[in-house]
Design a protein around this ligand. Sequence first.
Ligand SMILES: Nc1ncnc2c1ncn2[C@@H]1O[C@H](COP(=O)(O)OP(=O)(O)OP(=O)(O)O)[C@@H](O)[C@H]1O
Ligand SMILES: [Mg+2]
Length: 237
Amino acid sequence: MLKTNDVVAGYVPEVDILNGCDVQLMPNEIVGIIGPNGAGKSTLLKAIFGLVEVRRGSVLFQGEDITGLAPHRLVRRGLGYVPQISNTFLPLTVHENLRMGSWVNKQIKPASREAVFELFPKLKERWDQRVWQMSGGERQMVAMSRALIADPEVLLLDEPSAGLSPGNQAAVFENIQRVRQAGVSIIIVEQNVRACLAICDRAYVLDQGRKAFEGPSQALLDDATVQKLFLGSLIGN
Ligand SMILES: Nc1ncnc2c1ncn2[C@@H]1O[C@H](COP(=O)(O)OP(=O)(O)OP(=O)(O)O)[C@@H](O)[C@H]1O
Ligand SMILES: [Mg+2]
């Protein structure tokens, strides 16, 4: 579905944050990206989604080269992205947030709306509520729905459980599994390593902008070296 080949990317001229990054997402997989703070996890998602300059290497989506394409063109092709921060429009209602996500179709398609309601029945009740009046967990539902309403085939999620209560975190991970069951392939960046690996098929450990380790989730959880070098205290989450 998605592949990065040797991607070098960065924000400031001559300072590379990603130093040759290779990751791959197969159809209907959930793939995790974990690693220490500042490893480049968010930058990788931004490089895939055309938000940071790719200086070398390429990004392929369904076999086609999408390197450097603007985000709005990627949404039209079936890529969705939920950023780590500022991922909803707080002063707008749930309905208005989903309209922002469905501009590619000019308006919300009834079938897409029903699909979102099926995943998140709560949003139906909260349709006209402003997002700033909602809980962190509910806001994450809105953020994910804003991306899902455009019918993506691949969803990029940056730390969807960050800042949530344990109960809301569990709900977010359940929701992600339901999104996958609905046919969406997912790349998820997470600090909550144990919960993330529990729902992922495979995962990559990033360190200093490079893939340091990859494997099936269980192998990562079991690997003492990976725990010691790259997961550290995070594994206790
Ligand atoms: N907008 C920006 N401008 C310049 N440098 C940036 C910018 N965003 C991030 N960086 C730098 O890029 C590096 C990687 O940041 P990134 O946000 O990708 O890390 P991360 O792995 O997502 O970390 P975290 O777990 O803290 O979210 C950091 O050194 C950071 O200072
Ligand atoms: Mg990040």
